[in-house]
Each structure stands twice: as structure tokens, then as C-alpha cells.
Ligand binder design. Structure first.
Ligand code: ZN
Length: 209
């Protein structure tokens, strides 16, 4: 298994190809290469991303079958089943890089912001369970930034929500905490821009990378 630094470099290269419209189209791999994967997988990165249809992790990183272990949930939130999924991949496959991938114009973050500002209320308790996990990051942000325009608020809220998820993954699991301290597991936060196709890694990136 490659280490977190090399995995990060691989994701950056893939996203550069994608954003420049030079994808290697690995997503369309042959039946023969898929057949090789039947025996087992060794995904080099774990991605916790949003369900948004405009942010398919494999495509934005130009990766193929077997490369990424992807968890997608609206608002890239961290609940027990997401932590369990990350633990599973890190322990079973030895994958050492975890990326929380937020994105611009995130509907789940925008809905939370609307609710915190008192403009809407979420009726469904299932949907509420998502909003409630995003809410603390948004509330902290609002407490520190009176009078910011709403575009800027959503932008900042997306970043704050990614940072919160990174923190929860690092500290919400004894297993992940141990792997981070002693076994080279790295959890980073990133944002995908719908406008440019570029992923920027902005949280927890190892020095000099
Ligand atoms: Zn989203």
C-alpha cells in the first residue's frame, strides 16, 4: 500500500488531468481489468464526499475501479456509519489517506445556513439528522462574522463544515486516532469547485505538500 503523501500526490495529479479536460478515462476500464479486481481490492485513498450529483469522486480525481473507497452522504457529514466505513477500509485494506471532500454551492450546507438564520425549518427528522450535524460549524461561523454577505457565508460554511468533519474523523474513533498516531494515517480536508473543477486541499495537509 502506498503512503498518505504518495496517495495525495496521485489525487492531485488526477484532479489536474480532470480540470484540464485531459482525463485518462480510467472510469471506462475494460472488462479484463475489472475481472482482475474480483479477487480483491486495494484502494489507495478513502473519500468522504457529498452526494451532490455534480461531484463524483472517481471522475474529479480521474481514478478507476478499485482505486478509491468512497463514502457519499449529503453534506459530507460524519455520523457513526461514516466513521465505521472509514475504519473498515483503513483496517482491512491498509489505506492511509482519508479525504473529506466538500464542494462549492453545497445544498446541505446552504439549507443548514437558512435554518440557523431562521428562514426555514426542516420537517423531516431524517433530513434534520443531517442538518443537525452541520449546524454547530455554521453556528460558530455566524457567531464570529456579523454582516458578511450570503455568498461569502456559504463559502465559509462549506470550509467550516469540512474542518468539522476532519476533526470528527480524527477524534471520533479510537482506531483512527491510533492509526494516525502510530501508523501513518492522514485525514485531510478539501474543497471541489463546481466552477473550475479544481480540488484544493486546505486542511491537515502534511508540511510542504
Ligand atoms: Zn453538497
Amino acid at each position: 500500500m502506498i503512503d498518505a503523501i504518495e496517495a495525495l500526490a496521485r489525487l492531485r495529479e488526477g484532479n489536474r488531468r480532470f480540470a484540464a479536460n485531459r482525463s485518462a478515462a480510467k472510469a471506462l476500464e475494460s472488462r479484463a481489468s475489472r475481472t482482475q479486481l474480483v479477487a480483491g481490492q486495494e484502494p489507495f485513498a478513502i473519500i468522504l464526499g457529498c452526494s451532490d450529483s455534480r461531484v463524483p469522486a472517481e471522475l474529479v480525481f480521474d481514478q478507476g475501479f478499485g482505486d478509491l473507497f468512497v463514502i457519499r452522504v449529503a453534506g459530507n457529514i460524519v455520523a457513526p456509519s461514516q466513521i465505521g466505513s472509514v475504519e473498515f477500509a483503513a483496517a482491512r485494506f491498509g489505506t492511509r489517506l482519508v479525504v473529506v471532500l466538500g464542494h462549492s454551492q453545497c445544498g446541505a450546507v446552504a439549507a443548514t445556513l437558512e435554518e440557523v438564520l431562521g428562514r426555514t425549518t426542516t420537517e423531516s427528522k431524517n433530513l434534520r439528522s443531517i442538518v443537525d450535524r452541520i449546524r454547530p460549524a455554521v453556528e460558530d461561523l455566524l457567531a464570529g462574522s456579523r454582516g458578511t454577505d450570503s455568498e461569502a457565508l456559504i463559502r465559509e460554511a462549506v470550509l467550516a463544515n469540512v474542518r468539522a468533519s476532519v476533526r470528527q474523523l480524527r477524534h471520533g474513533s479510537a482506531l483512527l486516532e491510533r492509526l494516525t498516531l502510530t501508523d501513518g494515517l492522514v485525514v485531510v480536508g478539501a474543497k471541489y469547485s463546481l466552477e473550475t473543477g479544481v480540488v484544493s486541499f486546505f486542511e491537515g495537509v502534511p508540511d510542504g505538500r
